[in-house]
Design a protein around this ligand. Structure first.
Ligand code: ZN
Length: 204
């Protein structure tokens, strides 16, 4: 049932994915794929999964930020990240535009770069136009963590990984992130590492 998540270095993660037609979106094959991606994302666990990550070069992403995941995160961290629960949904052929270019910088990981995280600067507000699982047009206006997830997942459809956008000096194993960096304010992390975007970083 679970799908294998491709890891960095797999060529499928570096290609441009193809758009799906409305008939394809409404097909039983895609319906089944969405369910398998949902189960795979939940098991990982992750808050987003793009089809190229499971070896399918098509413009499909699934997203879910579950309430039970958020229970393990402090109220302070949730507030700083503007993070709250997002119900499960699938997006086809998404087109993302930046609505608020203010930069927020936080540690971010990817299921295809397993075991590592890094600081990734992202715009704080985006608009996404896409088709839903019935192939109906939909528009999302997102801020904060949801905007980050949307940027991360739509990047996957163009063969871009978060490590292409990260602060290279902040790259760390997840274990060392937990050991040395997680409890520190981002500004202190940035100062310690001497990061380049310090001047434009949103405090958080
Ligand atoms: Zn990813």
């Amino acid at each position: 049932m679970l799908l294998k998540i491709r890891q960095a270095g797999d060529p499928v993660l570096r290609g441009s994915a193809r758009a799906l037609t409305p008939d394809e979106i409404r097909s039983s094959a895609i319906e089944e794929l969405i369910e398998r991606m949902r189960a795979t994302m939940s098991d990982a666990p992750g808050v987003g999964l793009a089809a190229p990550q499971i070896g399918e070069p098509i413009r499909l992403v699934v997203i879910e930020d579950r309430p039970d995941t958020l229970e393990g995160i402090s109220a302070e961290d949730l507030k700083a990240r503007e993070r709250s629960a997002i119900p499960f949904h699938a997006l086809f052929n998404p087109v993302l535009r930046i609505e608020d270019p203010t930069i927020a910088e936080f540690f971010e990981g990817c299921l295809s770069v397993h075991g590592f995280v890094a600081l990734v600067p992202r715009a704080i507000g985006v608009r996404v136009d896409a088709l839903d699982h019935h192939a109906n047009p939909m528009t999302i206006h997102a801020r904060g963590w949801y905007a980050r997830i949307l940027q991360h997942e739509t990047d996957h459809l163009e063969g871009t990984l978060c490590i292409d956008r990260m602060e290279p000096r902040s790259f760390t194993t997840s274990d060392n992130h937990a050991r040395y960096w997680r409890s520190k304010p981002i500004d202190e992390v940035a100062d310690t590492l001497g990061l380049r975007t310090a001047a434009v970083r949103k405090r958080g």
